[in-house]
Each structure stands twice: as C-alpha cells, then as structure tokens.
Design a protein around this ligand. Sequence first.
Ligand code: FAD
Ligand code: DHB
Length: 393
Amino acid sequence: MRTTVGIIGAGPAGLLLARLLHLRGVDSVVLEARDRAYCEQRQRAGILEQGTADVLRAAGAGARMDREGLPHNGIELRFDGRRHRIDFPSLTGGRAVTVYPQTEVVKDLIALRLAEGGPLFFEAEALAVEDAESPSPRVRYRHEGGERQLECDYVVACDGSWGVGRSAFPAGTARVFERGYPYAWLGVLAETPPSSAELVYARHERGFALLSMRSLELSRLYLQVPAGTDAARWSDEAVWDELDHRTGTPGAGRLERGPITSRSVTAMRSLVHEPMRYGNLFLAGDAAHIVPPTGAKGLNLAVGDVVAFARGLAHERRTGSSRHLDAYSELCLRRVWQAERFSYSLTTVLHRDPEGTEFDDRLQLARLDRIATARSAATHLAENYTGLPFPLD
Ligand code: FAD
Ligand code: DHB
C-alpha cells in the first residue's frame, strides 16, 4: 500500500492529523494497534484549550463539542483554608477552556474519518519505521494475521508514549530530557453531578486533590497518592473521605457522593524527545513529549504538533517551500517547553513532596498567595491554562 502520509496511532493526534490533511487534499493512512472500542473508551483528558476547540471547529469536528461541551471561564484554587477563583476571560482578553472528554473527541474524529472513507485500520500494529531518512520511508505493520508494508512520503508517529516512532531515530540523533515525580494520581469516575460549577485544584498537607467533571452528571476526581499505589486498595468510602478532607474549607459542605464506576492510577513524568523529526519521520503528541497531568496540557500539545505539521505540508504544496516543515521540530519544541514549564510549576506548587521540608511547604503557600493577590501572577496562570498560541498562528 502507498500513501502520502503514513500515520501511526488513532489517538487525538493521529485522528486530527488525518482530518486536517484530508481537508487540504492530502491522502493519508492511519494504522492503529488497538480496536475501535478501546480507543473510544480510554479515560483520559477532559479539558480543551481555547485554541484546541477552535481547531476542532475549523476542522468540522466541533458540532457535538459545541452542543455538549461545557465552556469554563475559570478554576478555583484551594489552599490553607482559602478559596480563590481565577477568572480566565478578564485576565486573558476573553479566552476560556471547554470541558469535553477526550473519549468524545476521539469518537467524533473516528466517525468523521470513516464517513470520509478512511483509510483507518484498527488492530494494525506498526512494528517499525524503515528508511526514515529516505524520500520514501516505510511502516512495517501487522494486520489480519500478516505482515505488511505502508510506503509513504512522510511518516508521522502519533503512537503515544510507548510507540515505535521514537525507536526509529538512529543512536546519537536524539536526546531525551526526562524527570520523574515521587507521586501519582488516583483518578475515579463517579456517577454524581459535579459539586462545584468549575474545577477545583486543592493543595493540602495530605496531598493534592482535583475536582473535575466529564459532564453535568459525571464527576472526574483525582487524589495525589504515592507512586506505585494499587488503585484496588482504595475503597470508595476512603476515596470520598479523602476528597472531602483535602478539598474541604470552612463553611463548604461535603461532596455529593455517588457510585464510582472506574478507577486507575496514573504515574507522573515529564519527558521531551529532541528533535521531533528525523528525515521524513515526524513525532507528534505523546510520542514526542509527556507532561504531568496537572494543568491538562497533554492533549492540547498533541493538537499543536499536528496543526504545525499540516500547515507546514500545506505550505510546501502551495508554495514549493519546505521552510515551515523544516522548522517543525523547532516550532513545536518552543511550545512544548513552555507547557513543560507550566505543568511542572503547577504540579510542584500543588503536590506534597514526600521528601519536602517545612521550608518547601511555606514556599508553596507563598507561591499560591502570590497568585491569589497579584494580578500579574494570576494572568500568567490564566494565559498558560487557556493555552499559548499554536505554531504558525
Ligand atoms: P495517545 O492518545 O496515547 O494515542 C496513541 C495511539 O497510538 C493509541 O491509540 C495507541 O493504541 C496507538 N499506538 C501505540 N503504539 C502503536 C503501534 N505500534 N502501532 C499502531 N498504533 C499504536 N491532556 C490534556 O490536554 N488535558 C487533560 O485534561 C488531560 N488529562 C489527562 C488525564 C489522565 C489521567 C491522563 C493519563 C492523561 C491526560 N492528558 C490530558 C494527556 C492526554 O490524554 C494525552 O496527552 C493524549 O492522549 C495524547 O494524544 P496522542 O494522540 O499523542 O497519544
Ligand atoms: C483533568 C485533568 C487534568 O490534568 C486537569 O488539570 C484538569 C482536568 C480531567 O481529566 O478532567
């Protein structure tokens, strides 16, 4: 099989890229290792930056998001018995975010791709990218019991943090910058309406807690737990008690409890693979970078990367100049490092470091107090949370 752009992975990055290329008249083939139901049900992100929502709309993938998504104009910080609201529009010149689950973004993009005639192959696992440095790189993959080849002009590996794209960079052509954290997130989905209209980020002596949502009927809740925690060891009651404890402020009622329908523990790390391109192989999304979840940047970064690739390729087709495509890695990495910085900073100001000292505690409170009292500090948070401009914007 032959195509212009071979895309590995049908997560948000791969699916959106296929759509953006289709709209620009560029053919592509998407190879996805898992089945459709798995891709559509994997519980992950929930917050779309303003720019991400705009891109989905412009790609014709925003109709259900606009009907069912929840526009959010702010978040609340809770610390030291205090509550402080950050108002996005007034701090950013009118920007906001949308609560719309990644599961739904993926469903919408899969439906569009299939309606436009694909090709999108599920249970097609890429095994290797070959001849990446040549004008005709290939993806070797397994599908329907046999091994096959996809010949391409470009390969974009959108295959997440454990994919094969990264391993096609020959030794010595890339560097990985990485950092771990001594804690993880226990995330639960609960059949109960969110207890507050906006997301609540709580810093507490016993650790961070986040009250989020997937809809007006479904709450998504997170607790900081030690790295390596077994989710099964937390009873439903213990989860609710701990959420109440960490998010409670004087005068605030208890959370509305409901059945917990799923639970999982997510490890936290920061990682950047530089560069994001080798020859005609490009990395996009989690394949190239990971952020800790605090601040909800992962999906939004993936969108920025594929927008940059699609714009770069379209520019080349239109003008004959590969200028933008050549700058892909550099353009993406500038935005990636800003998101790394923001996610790191929000993570470390809100989580309790098990090795931290009382000095560190005081410093955290001083940083939060600054956000609560200085407009410049709140503006910085709001600008980063609602999203920095995409490459080539
Ligand atoms: P993925 O979604 O990982 O997709 C990669 C795809 O490639 C998968 O479908 C995989 O099956 C497939 N694949 C892998 N290997 C192969 C192979 N060899 N061959 C073929 N296919 C392959 N981000 C936000 O922006 N906002 C949030 O609120 C947020 N919350 C999060 C909460 C949690 C608990 C977690 C875990 C993550 C969260 N994120 C959030 C991060 C976000 O989910 C990811 O950044 C996003 O999924 C990245 O998209 P992607 O398409 O790059 O990768
Ligand atoms: C969610 C995840 C985040 O990392 C975050 O900062 C906000 C919300 C979520 O999954 O709902």
